[in-house]
Design a protein around this ligand. Sequence first.
Ligand SMILES: Nc1ncnc2c1ncn2[C@@H]1O[C@H](COP(=O)(O)OP(=O)(O)O)[C@@H](O)[C@H]1O
Ligand SMILES: [Mg+2]
Length: 260
Amino acid sequence: MSEVITIANQKGGVGKTTTAVNLAASLAVAEKKVLLIDIDPQANATTGIGFSRKDYEFNIYHVLTGSKKLSDIVLKTQIPTLFLAPSNIGLVGIEREFDDRSKDFKLVLKNKLEEIRHEYDYIIIDSPPALGSLTINALSASDSVIIPVQCEFYALEGLAMMLNTIKLVKSETNPKLNIRGFLPTMFSSQNNLAKDTVSNLKQHFKQKLFMCKDTVDELVVIPRNVKLAESPSFGKPVILYDIKSPGSVAYQHLAYAIME
Ligand SMILES: Nc1ncnc2c1ncn2[C@@H]1O[C@H](COP(=O)(O)OP(=O)(O)O)[C@@H](O)[C@H]1O
Ligand SMILES: [Mg+2]
């Protein structure tokens, strides 16, 4: 059985795309068959694993508007078991088209996924920094959601809104949606605010944090690591750029926690 996981947080710059790309790649390197779906008009996941506009004709826009099937747009990547459904800036318009429409419009992606989800072990969806209809589509199509939380002062402030959206999706379109976990990102040990964020998360969501494999109480925390920031400019997930870097190791721990 495949698992569909959306990476979501309405704040921008918290590590959603970095998490989507590197979790997908780490699962794929562990020999799982993985489809990464980029549903953000900014298409950072698409470029981050090495595709530019001229490399593909069709993208998730054509799937959501009904002219293509997901299988028509899927691209092969540098990792044999990792596949990508690319995005494109053209998606911006869809958000307006879809907003205020009927419930059916929240289920477009879910319906499109039905045709192919059995072909993959994991489907990871990278969502835009907003709680509009694209993110609602992603959450409605998912078994679970991972919420990256940047280790900074205001980190927990936006979470109430995120949790409300999840509640809404559960009541309207997807009662089985499960919070897989909160993922502290961009942690740096010299920063006391970062430590506070992690202890706040422990206090409020202890059961919803990821544990490192074969440890008793070591949490999966993504460090602030320059290799994670550099690798997209080489069109590579960090596991292909510097497999032993702390950022890469942390995302491998996340992948193991997901596979448990
Ligand atoms: N753990 C990290 N260490 C260093 N830089 C990071 C880390 N996570 C993300 N970044 C960088 O921070 C920026 C925002 O991250 P991104 O994943 O694009 O966030 P989002 O998708 O939530 O907007 C990007 O430039 C990315 O390379
Ligand atoms: Mg992003």
